[in-house]
Design a protein around this ligand. Structure first.
Ligand SMILES: Cc1cc2nc3c(=O)[nH]c(=O)nc-3n(C[C@H](O)[C@H](O)[C@H](O)COP(=O)(O)OP(=O)(O)OC[C@H]3O[C@@H](n4cnc5c(N)ncnc54)[C@H](O)[C@@H]3O)c2cc1C
Length: 338
């Protein structure tokens, strides 16, 4: 057992102030669904927990020109919001295809953006050291130690954004949908407020895979803001996994299409399950623009997204799986009514 102090501030300002005065080792905690797992695995070892569930920032607003979702809204509540489910199926599907109902009732949409990779070498490296004396090299866990997945069991690893130091997949579904829709987050930190595109929250591993997010110590996500788009209704989040529910993506695609008559006027496309961060697919977006959609066009567009894939030893199947997942997503989105 390691001692942990625990506090429950009642405003975002108080939470940040408590973090600042903690002197290090403090973590915010919301639903706790991923942080507590990582503490049990000894991957995360906070000395202080600042529970942010009583600070407010849990409302969902769909009026006006943007969707504004407080960080502490639960995955269940956002997915069930009638306006979001009707006008932005890509958002509600991305949430409903993640985790389980019980987890979604606890888990918050802001903290969802900060979940860490499910790479087994990362998650079980620290516990194995403590219990069995075994050490899995993992540059994310122990910088400079190496990467057991490279040359090891890499079936679930990324084929985009990989480096010689790390091939771990970014696990979230919701961040992929938000990336496709050009969402940003509002942040409160020791230096004040700022906003950041969701796509810029994630760092590529490069040679510093332990640095995953573009957040400064003590910065608290307060809100997710999504610009409204006519592409919302004709959108989908399509996810393929080893079993039909309660599993992370092997390949997924968020697609939203804006039409002028039968012609695509604007396409929003991002990929999950295949990359080290939510992966925008601009070649596919550009190709689809100005086209009418049919199976061949969807497949051709999807192939473009995977042209630069860098598979390892056991994950080459993700290229064909990803192409088919994306092509199916384009067809599903195109067949939805506006
Ligand atoms: C068995 C299982 C299966 C899952 N399957 C999926 C899946 O298929 N797809 C998917 O996308 N997700 C999946 N998840 C992940 C789940 O969605 C996340 O655990 C959840 O969204 C995290 O929310 P939370 O509120 O519980 O976060 P917490 O565990 O409370 O916090 C997570 C991280 O965010 C930090 N944090 C919390 N709030 C803030 C804030 N406001 N600002 C800054 N930092 C903050 C914490 O310090 C911590 O580092 C699964 C989880 C489990 C346990």
């Amino acid at each position: 057992m390691e001692p942990v102090t625990y506090s429950i501030p009642t405003s975002a300002e108080q939470a940040v102030s408590e973090f600042t005065s903690s002197g290090g080792g403090a973590y915010y905690v919301a639903g706790g669904t991923t942080l507590f797992d990582l503490m049990k695995l000894r991957v995360e070892r906070p000395g202080r927990l600042i529970d942010v569930t009583r600070i407010g920032h849990d409302t969902i607003s769909t009026s006006g020109s943007e969707l504004r979702i407080g960080t502490n809204a639960t995955m269940s509540d956002v997915a069930a919001d009638p306006a979001i489910a009707r006008d932005y199926p890509v958002l509600s599907e991305a949430l409903l295809k993640g985790a389980s109902q019980q987890l979604r009732n606890m888990a918050t949409v802001g903290a969802n953006l900060l979940q860490r990779t499910r790479c087994s070498y990362f998650r079980h490296g620290a516990g194995a050291i403590a219990s069995a004396g075994a050490v899995y090299p993992c540059n994310k866990l122990n910088p400079g130690s190496g990467c057991a997945a490279i040359g090891g069991l890499d079936r679930a690893q990324a084929i985009f954004g990989v480096s010689d130091a790390c091939t771990a997949v970014s696990p979230g579904d919701w961040p992929v949908a938000l990336t496709a829709l050009d969402a940003h987050i509002n942040i409160l930190g020791p230096s004040g407020q700022r906003s950041l595109p969701v796509s810029a929250l994630y760092r590529l591993p490069g040679d510093t895979p332990h640095l995953e997010f573009e957040l400064q110590p003590g910065e608290l996500i307060t809100e997710i803001v999504i610009p409204k788009t006519d592409a919302g209704r004709r959108s989908t989040y399509h996810k393929v996994r080893d079993r039909e529910s309660y599993a992370f993506a092997l390949a997924s695609a968020a697609v939203a299409l804006q039409f002028d008559g039968r012609t695509v006027e604007r396409a929003h496309v991002a990929l999950g399950g295949v990359a080290t961060k939510p992966w925008r697919a601009p070649a596919t977006e550009n190709f689809l623009t100005g086209k009418t959609i049919g199976h061949e066009t969807a497949l051709e567009a999807a192939r473009l997204a995977f042209a630069d894939a860098q598979p390892g030893r056991h994950n080459g199947f993700k290229i064909e799986l990803g192409i088919r997942t994306l092509a199916d997503a384009v067809m599903i989105a195109s067949e939805r009514s506006a």
